[in-house]
Unconditional design. Sequence first.
Length: 202
Amino acid sequence: MFPLAPNALLYYRLEVSDRQGRLLRRTRLYRSHSFVEQYAQHLRAWFRNSNESSVVDTGGTSRTILNPSSGANVWMQVIANAAAAANYGIRVGTGTTAVAMTNRQLATLIADGVGAGQLDYGGTTVGAHAQSGAAANFTLSRTFANTSGASITVREIGIACYTVILGPTDTYHLLVRDVLGTAVAVGDGQTLSVSYTIRIQV
């Protein structure tokens, strides 16, 4: 039986700003409960320095991910990325399907772009590590600009990673998914910012 009081915690927050960058809305810091199966599989491969099979990617294909020492063309669990690299990093959607351990993708992903129903994805950044007393943390963040011409409502968020296996072959895997208790509307011309904070404490 695992202990009920975890020392690894994940939180998220959403903010909406207007065209001038003025903050319009900020949610409180919510506790995420939604690491999914692919996170554990990547962590196991890393910890035991060995291949991990049956890791399903965001397209529904079962992959064998390789340990980082398998070759020069292998990367594992990369999240930081540049603008428009929408296949991984923090992602947003409109789906409301309950979170399940076997989720492989957001239920209804909002595509990257400037057309109807799309958001312009910025890059995902990984902030500096900070330690104070019995806790240490760092924050992932990404912006999503709405130039679609209409309001877009975000109802789910998540984190996907970029893993390169020998070939090289690019694969993308969902690590975290959260369905928002209260949806967040992003008006035309507004920008959404989503942040996840990973906190370790003793």
